[in-house]
Design a binder for this molecule. Structure first.
Ligand code: GAL
Length: 426
């Protein structure tokens, strides 16, 4: 009797495994395989630093020499990225945003850096950045002007692509302000993509094409993925919890459309990491880091690496969380469920592992407990027949082995997140 029960249990288990495999196959092969921009870049989400959220368009170097958009700022950040462990964990692209340009093009129609704030020019800056083992990103705009009113690239796409390549630029953030029409926007983004490719230099192409299309009509993500390495969908990130929440809410409302299209070579970009600034509590910073990892988002920090507290630094440099973000399977995660002001997100990883995040959205009270049944995770596969669970955030802790039919109880702080990694045990 005893052996019969054991056999039955093991047969049910085996059946569970077979069904689970079919499920996995459907899940992995069922997704549309949109073709990515064929430049061999961004096979995992881009990692680096971008000046905009923290330094914006501060051009007043007279009064604020340490926080204006200038060569000095980028030289200092490059130095720190190379020496303080940032480069070692993967933050590679040091990116200039708007407001680097002189107000006019030169006599040959080329963009030029503001001569007072960038006396050495972009080529020399690129050389320095490269000498530190880093890459340099720059910013331009598909329309008649950049969002801050500097010269736009309309009518100059080929010249600008060539200028950036000549300078040794490695990434272009191409904004979408001051376009006359949707056709101008789409043609411009495509034109610049092809122009960059024609230069023969490897330049990551970061677009805002869908963001500027949404108000008019739904973007064609299959097409966008063929031209861009990542694309902004939603409004600019601010240094506030409200902003982070609005980005997450937008993402979940549109996940059926945007999640399947992400993959090696092309990613949804929910905008910069604002960890290490002023507006997010410790728990909210953990939520941003965990969810940007689940969303396979580019990790572009916008903060002052010269003055960053150790806690924020450790969070941004957390290798286990970065490994989730950079997982080679390259599938974006999604929200699995929302109940009782908790959200559960999950992301499939290579080697049949999964990342799971539990977010407590309740902004009143203290830590709340949430119990999750493991059968519900990873399309029923994450823990089938058992798994090893490690909590990565808020602190790393091995939780041990769990059977498929068991459940896991966690405590999550208000606006905080518990991030787990589940690995197959057998
Ligand atoms: C916005 C863009 C921001 C920043 C800014 C510069 O449109 O979304 O990320 O680049 O322009 O002016």
């Amino acid at each position: 009797m005893m052996t019969a029960t054991v056999k039955l249990v093991s047969r049910v288990r085996r059946l569970g495994c077979v069904l689970a495999f079919c499920f996995l196959a459907l899940f992995l092969w069922g997704l549309p395989g949109a073709r990515a921009l064929d430049n061999g870049l961004a096979m995992t989400p881009t990692m680096g630093w971008l000046h905009w959220e923290r330094f914006m368009c501060n051009v007043n170097c007279q009064e604020e020499p340490d926080s204006c958009v200038s060569e000095k700022l980028f030289l200092q950040i490059a130095e720190i990225m190379a020496s303080d462990g940032w480069k070692d964990v993967g933050y590679e692209y040091l990116c200039i945003d708007d407001c680097w340009m002189a107000p006019e093009r030169d006599s040959e129609g080329r963009l030029q850096a503001d001569p007072k704030r960038f006396p050495g020019g972009i080529r020399r800056l690129a050389n320095y950045v490269h000498s530190k083992g880093l890459k340099l990103g720059i910013y331009a705009d598909v329309g008649n002007k950049t969002c801050a009113g500097f010269p736009g690239s309309f009518g100059y796409y080929d010249i600008d692509a060539k200028t950036f390549a000549d300078w040794g630029v490695d990434l272009l953030k191409f904004d979408g302000c001051y376009c006359d029409s949707i056709k101008h926007l789409a043609d411009g983004y495509k034109h610049m993509s092809l122009a960059l490719n024609r230069t023969g230099r490897s330049i990551v192409y970061s677009c805002e094409w869908p963001l500027y299309m949404w108000p008019i009509f739904k973007p064609n993500y299959t097409e966008i993925r063929e031209y861009c390495n990542h694309w902004r969908n939603f409004a600019d990130v601010y240094d506030s919890w409200q902003s982070i929440r609005s980005i997450l809410d937008w993402t979940t409302s549109n996940q059926e459309r945007i999640v399947p299209v992400a993959g090696p070579g092309g990613w949804n970009d929910p905008d910069m990491l604002v960890i290490g600034n002023f507006g997010l509590s410790r728990d909210q910073q953990i939520t941003q880091m965990a969810l940007w990892a689940i969303m396979a988002a580019p990790l572009l920090m916008s903060n002052d690496l010269r003055h960053i507290c150790l806690e924020a630094k450790a969070l941004l440099q957390d290798k286990d969380v970065i490994a989730i973000n950079q997982d080679p399977l390259g599938k974006q995660g999604y929200r699995l469920r929302k109940e009782d002001n908790f959200e559960v997100w999950e992301r499939p990883l290579s080697n049949l592992a999964w990342a799971v995040a539990m977010v407590n959205l309740q902004e009143i009270g203290g830590p709340r407990s949430y119990t999750i049944s493991l059968t519900s995770l990873g399309q029923g596969l994450a823990c089938n027949p058992d798994c090893l669970i490690t909590q990565l955030l808020p602190v790393k802790r091995k939780l041990g082995f769990y059977e498929w039919t068991s459940s896991l109880k966690t405590q999550v702080n208000p606006t905080g997140t518990v991030l787990l990694r589940l690995e197959r045990a057998s």
